[in-house]
Design a protein around this ligand. Structure first.
Ligand code: HEC
Ligand code: HEC
Length: 235
């Protein structure tokens, strides 16, 4: 009797085991913590790693560019919040530099990107970006870039469900930013909400040097839904 039960359960268990095996992700799980840190370094590395603020313009920054000093050393200043450089939001306006985006490097070789950041035209020193910093940046560039197009409409507005976004905001963000986004007085969210790619970048990766969460391990549509809700805040 025992044996016959066993022989019946045997193939069943085997089947469940096989199903689990097939359902398991085939690739390794992405290191979202390191990728998000790379994203914060991309935003403002000296805000994240507390390295000394660079002085003078970065050599690759165009002479007729509108920004100066430490601002010109931020990856985002040359390559954009949408990672598209001259082909994206920074194609015109005061942030325009004519410099390429980094989207072509997505899916590429992280070690090659890391080496590139030390060489011309980048030339970041070890005092500015440690080996770990460069590694995290390279991870972000190769594995962490999102295609912003599904989340931004033709007029630059975020695409998502604002009611759902409010529900996330009121549980994840409200403690620090307040119900109307204005609790941190120096940084009312309503005043920056209009820059959709910047908002997506910060919600997915966090704020450099701050204890703000990075939501990239969740479905990215959640970040977009939150960004829709941010549009309702007073400017
Ligand atoms: C002052 C402007 C400037 C800053 C700041 C800057 N870059 Fe660049 N970056 C460039 C230029 C110019 C190129 C194109 C180099 C070439 O084509 O030889 C480039 C190329 C790249 C590329 C290759 C893009 C491609 O597809 O060929 C990547 C990736 C990249 N940069 C990442 C970064 C990261 C990460 C940072 C911040 C740590 C950064 N860059 C900061 C100017 C800048
Ligand atoms: C633990 C506290 C904390 C939490 C939770 C938090 N933030 Fe923040 N956030 C901050 C701090 C601190 C800053 C930096 C403010 C400054 O620049 O003075 C910031 C900055 C920002 C900025 C950039 C503002 C600017 O002016 O550039 C955005 C956008 C933002 N947060 C959105 C969010 C969203 C959306 C959530 C929820 C998913 C969230 N934050 C959760 C602490 C938090």
């Amino acid at each position: 009797m025992k044996n016959s039960v066993k022989s019946k359960a045997g193939p069943g268990i085997l089947f469940i085991g096989l199903a689990l095996l097939l359902a398991a992700p085939t690739g390794a799980i992405a290191d979202d913590g390191a990728i998000a840190r790379g994203g914060r370094l991309y935003d403002k590395w000296f805000g994240e790693n507390k390295a000394e603020k660079p002085t003078g313009n970065h050599l690759a920054y165009p002479a007729d560019g509108k920004y100066k000093d430490d601002a010109t050393w931020r990856c985002k200043e040359c390559h954009g919040w949408d990672y598209l450089g001259k082909d994206g939001a920074y194609s015109s306006g005061k942030h325009a530099t004519g410099i390429v985006g980094i989207s072509a490097a997505a899916g590429g070789d992280a070690a090659a990107i890391a080496a590139m950041l030390r060489a011309a035209p980048h030339g970041y020193t070890e005092k500015q970006l440690s080996a770990k910093d460069v590694e995290d940046l390279a991870l972000f560039v190769t594995q962490g870039q999102i295609d912003v197009k599904p989340y931004i409409d033709a007029s630059g507005k975020p695409i998502g469900d604002g009611a759902r976004g409010a529900n996330y905001y009121n549980t994840l963000c409200i403690g620090c930013h307040g119900v109307d986004g204005a609790k941190i007085k120096e940084a009312p969210l309503g005043s920056v909400a209009g820059n959709t790619p910047e908002m997506l970048h910060k919600v997915l990766n966090g704020q450099p040097g701050e204890a703000m969460p990075a939501l990239r391990a969740l479905d990215h549509q959640i970040a977009a839904d939150i960004v829709v809700h941010l549009q309702t805040f007073p400017k």
